[in-house]
Design a protein around this ligand. Structure first.
Ligand code: SAH
Length: 251
């Protein structure tokens, strides 16, 4: 899968994604991540890509043409007029006005071979170029960042770990928080006893069916305690509720 990030700060994006699991996946050729510097398309020798806002207001807005040219540069073959080719890659604009990223959305994005992710900075980007090239806006939460770079890295990280071969053990991610609509159960590693706290007995029992059930019920319990809004979307049986309430009693 290929990601093309259009940004004024390509180093931020490459530095973050060049490390660890995502960096290794890129080395293996499973992912390809390019960060295109919008400033290279400024069309002037100062590399100026922004200007003051029409209608007043503080700050600077990124202009249409450099963003448009940066987008065309990652589209591959342009059609005869040199405009946007009919088979253009899917383009996401990182924006606090977008739909908030969810696991489900990230999973949906894995179907694309090539994603273009546009990052705004300063006050954002002139609406006219957004209307021409962007397919959807995505936000990473209800707060405002200084730029879309961190948000783009979040999207790429989250989508990438569902691409086969990126994680060493693909089954691993299916059990994680949000993947099944509820949160993951607590996890433990060695030593068996730490600060006089023992690992739950079932975890060292070797009984895989019991362990699986423990994880499921404790995952549901944590979801109930931390994110009751998520639980509303699940159909919890009265038997499961009994087990969840048992945990509450034991605490
Ligand atoms: N004036 C804009 C905010 C600009 S913030 C507004 O009020 O909507 C500058 C850039 O940071 C944005 O263009 C966007 O690319 C990025 N950004 C800020 N908050 C974000 C968020 N929650 N999710 C994704 N991108 C965000």
């Amino acid at each position: 899968m290929k990601f093309s990030v259009l940004t004024l700060f390509p180093k931020q994006v490459k530095d973050f994604l060049g490390e660890s699991i995502i960096g290794r996946a890129e080395e293996k050729g499973i992912l390809s991540i390019e960060a295109i510097d919008i400033r290279d398309f400024s069309g002037n020798r100062y590399g100026k890509v922004d200007d003051t806002l029409f209608g007043g207001g503080t700050g600077m807005l990124m202009q249409c043409e450099p963003v448009y040219q940066a987008f065309l540069s990652v589209c591959g073959e342009a059609d005869t007029e040199g405009g946007i080719p009919s088979k253009k890659p899917h383009c996401i604009f990182m924006s606090p006005k977008g739909a908030v990223l969810t696991q489900e959305k990230a999973r949906e994005l894995t179907k694309y071979d090539h994603l273009v992710i546009l990052c705004g900075h300063y006050e954002g980007i002139d609406q006219r170029v957004l209307d021409e090239i962007v397919d959807e806006d995505l936000s990473i939460g209800d707060y405002v960042l200084t730029g879309g770079e961190v948000a783009a890295c979040v999207v790429i990280d989250c989508v990438s770990r569902m691409i086969p071969g990126v994680l060493p053990n693909e089954e691993a991610y299916e059990e994680e928080s949000h993947m099944q609509g509820y949160l993951e159960a607590p996890q433990y590693t060695k030593p068996n006893i730490w600060h006089e706290k023992a690992v739950p007995e079932v975890m060292i029992s070797g009984n895989h069916a019991k362990i699986k059930e423990w994880k499921r019920i404790h995952g549901l319990y944590d979801t109930w305690k931390r994110r009751p809004d998520m639980l509303e979307k699940l159909d919890i049986s009265s038997e499961d509720w009994k087990k969840i309430l048992e945990i509450e009693k034991d605490r």
